[in-house]
Design a protein around this ligand. Structure first.
Ligand code: NAI
Ligand code: MG
Length: 504
């Protein structure tokens, strides 16, 4: 139901005691807070490194804090792995590969992966709560999307483990060895599942590093892996920042690098592994074009645009951050978008009513603010929701820019926040030209009533995934990955097995 909220004076509507904001609607009703309980989650005050099936102290004896971005409180501290720890983890993975995992019958490997999937399901509530506390995403998303999709990935790839001869008919496939996997902070558990599941199914062993702001669900996954009795060393999970990641990338005994994160670090990784035998898949940034034609069902399209950019605070590499609207319907679409944005609830991520949670870190909030300034300076017109923001924590109002030129930085660069740049077009050729005029090519969306238009456009769009009359839909069986500066290699589906095997 569409409701219009009164313009609230931000400061007055924040309650003094709690960090939640209560919203009043013109219809005379409001949402009471519906917070998820923290009691479902056990977070230890300190975590060591998970190497060779055991928790090991970091050799440099250093730890760093991970905080809750919605409250700025410290949640726990995690070990800072140095090159010696990376070396230990890689040797454990190598021994496990040589002695156990590569020799185990595939159907036995599958049983372990199925078990991990089941245990992720059993612990779904705890994982969702920890994901939200550590990363700031709304509990509704971690509960309904991140955790179930992570379990599905393990389940899906467990099924492939003993069927590789059907995945690659008449070919001989062999695992690569040790996979070094480095993941970002936007989908911490889900990215761990995307990386670990296909690696294990194809017989590789793993050293995985979560992002420094969101290590806790990966460490919970390490506990699950330990409880699942996976042979020691098959999966090692180590924490640290960029230097730890770089040590994994440059370790001579790592056979494959799987990375998701910024294009800048992706380029560093390519440089670091140039001239080696290491295989790599890089999933980098994006600036997806979401295209609305005049014949589209406009209300559905608006809902899709909202989901495309404001979902997960815009911390999505495939976020629909550029909207192209056909000129004849632009006014209507922009009005509908603003109306809908006004109803979005920004605030406590643990509240089940919340649509937009906390920005993942202070640094990321600063990046977003920098782009808001850039957009205004470039002459675009900025509009933001009038919603109140909590006093503490890192929050950003859902924002859109109109009057945007194709060459503006806010139409070209990844902002990674709840910020939409709106441009208009008249013809199909024009919009394809504009949509493809981007250094990225991860995803795109098309909204139209005509099937022929969809086929015409999807063929000509240079993007790894093109959604038609929907957006941000994921399934373990469909491949995902980019063109150009969005990286290379595919994750998910049958394609997601390929980067982990040698095919003869
Ligand atoms: P980042 O690329 O620095 O971090 C991603 C992961 O790479 C983290 O685990 C980090 O510790 C690790 N890392 C950092 N430096 C490394 C190095 N030299 N070698 C190996 N690993 C390294 O991303 P950051 O700084 O957190 O975010 C910056 C921007 O990147 C964001 O504003 C966003 O535009 C983009 N980004 C894109 C993501 C995606 O899903 N494609 C995810 C996260 C960020
Ligand atoms: Mg955190």
């Amino acid at each position: 139901m569409a409701v219009t909220r009164k313009k609230a004076a931000p400061k007055k509507s924040s309650t003094k005691k709690s960090n939640t904001v209560k919203l009043k609607f013109d219809t005379g009703w409001s949402y009471d807070p519906a917070p998820e309980s923290r009691s479902a989650a056990t977070i230890k005050p300190q975590y060591d490194l998970f190497i060779n099936g055991q928790w090991q102290k970091p050799s440099g004896k250093k730890y760093f804090a991970t905080t809750n971005p919605a409250t700025e409180e410290k949640l726990s501290e995690v070990a800072d792995a140095n090159a010696a720890d990376v070396n230990k983890a890689v040797s454990a993975a190598r021994t496990a590969y040589d002695k156990v995992w590569s020799k185990m019958p595939a159907r036995e490997r599958a049983k372990y992966i199925f078990r991990i999937s089941r245990m992720v399901q059993e612990k779904a509530r705890e994982l969702a709560v920890i994901e939200t506390l550590d990363g700031g995403k709304p509990i509704r998303e971690s509960r309904d999307f991140d955790v179930p999709t992570a379990a599905n990935h393990f389940f899906y790839y467990a099924g492939w483990a003993d069927k590789l001869e059907y995945a690659f008919p008449n070919r001989q496939v062999a695992p690569l060895g040790v996979a070094g996997q480095i993941i970002p902070w936007n989908f911490p558990l889900l990215m761990a599942a995307w990386k670990i599941a296909p690696a294990l199914a194809t017989g590789n062993t793993v050293v995985l590093k979560p992002a420094e702001t969101t290590p806790l669900t990966a460490l919970k996954l390490a506990e699950i892996i330990q409880e699942a009795d996976l042979p020691p060393g098959v999966v090692n999970i180590i924490t640290g920042a960029g230097a730890t990641g770089a040590a994994i990338v440059s370790h001579p005994d790592v056979n494959k690098i799987a990375f998701t994160g910024s294009t800048d670090v992706g380029k560093l990784i390519q440089r670091s592994i140039a001239g080696t035998n290491k295989k790599a898949t890089l999933e980098l940034g994006g600036k997806a074009a979401n295209i609305i034609f005049e014949d589209a069902p406009l209300d559905q399209a608006v809902e899709g645009v909202i989901n495309g950019i404001y979902f997960n605070q815009g911390h999505v590499c495939c976020a629909g951050s550029r909207l192209y609207v056909q000129e004849s319907v632009a006014k209507t679409v922009i009005r509908k978008l603003k109306d809908r944005i006004e109803t979005l609830i920004v605030g406590d991520p643990m509240d089940k009513n919340t649509d937009i949670g906390a920005i993942n870190s202070k640094q990321q909030l600063e990046t977003i603010h920098r782009y808001l300034d850039i957009g205004r300076r470039e002459g675009a017109e900025m509009w933001e929701s009038s919603c109140p923001l909590p006093r503490k924590g890192y929050f950003c109002r859902p924002t859109l820019f109109t009057n945007v030129a194709q060459s503006n930085r806010i139409a070209q660069e990844e902002i990674f926040g709840p910020v939409l740049s709106i441009l208009t077009f008249r013809t199909d050729d024009e919009v394809i030209e504009k949509a493809n005029n981007s250094p990225f090519g991860l995803s795109a969306g098309v909204w139209t009533d005509k099937g022929s238009k969809i086929f015409n456009l999807t063929r000509r769009m240079r993007a790894g995934v093109v959604w038609a009359n929907t957006f941000n839909k994921f399934d373990p069986s469909s491949p995902f990955g980019g063109y150009k500066e969005s990286g290379f290699g595919r994750e998910g589906g049958l394609h997601g097995l390929m980067p982990y095997v040698d095919i003869k």
